[in-house]
Design a protein around this ligand. Sequence first.
Ligand code: GAR
Length: 227
Amino acid sequence: MGRRATAVLISGSGTNLQALLDAARAPDYPAAVRLVISNRPDAFGLERARRAGVPAVVVDHRAFETRADFEAAIEDELRLAGIELVCLAGFMRILSAEFCARWHNRALNIHPSLLPAYRGLHTHERALADGAAITGCTVHFVRPELDAGPILMQGVVPVLPGDDAEVLRRRVLEVEHLVYPRALALLAGGRVRVEGERVQLIDEQPGERLVLHPAFSAPPFTRSHRG
Ligand code: GAR
């Protein structure tokens, strides 16, 4: 099986796109990033694609009267590039049920919380306001419901004393960059089955769908309960 042709859809900085581009440089990585689509012309991720030599196009939602027209333009680009898999990476537009159906179990999203907690925006502010001790990120299959769909992988991040939303956002991003390339590799490598809206991995090893932030392997997390 060749490398699976993958498109990454972005709206902004594109650090997750960068993690996918970096991972896909390994010759044995099972996916190749063949196209980047941004709905915003000023997204820095477009520059990342250019530097990596990957075709990048802007499909500006403001240029279309309806969501259907916007999505039809995206679909045209995906078809022209022979795309098999789609990764949403900070893509801040809601996709229609029709789009989701066409890409059923072939489109992933990354969300900055441990779903089903904190769907939607301001995830880090809400985790802090609740006094959560952990948070993280989730890679899941795209469904019409916002930030819902079978969970493929999660990354776990400690909330540390003194954290504000910006510090926490950056710590969660660190684990996002570990999780998304692994999640795409599982899907592109043919290891993933979705049964009854639950992900099953072929020959799943314990912990394979979980990444711990590196902070967990440093003190105080490595201390015994006696301190
Ligand atoms: C990431 O934290 C991603 O999880 C989040 O946007 C950020 C994009 O950063 N996505 C969402 O909130 C989608 N609901 P990036 O552009 O640097 O990859």
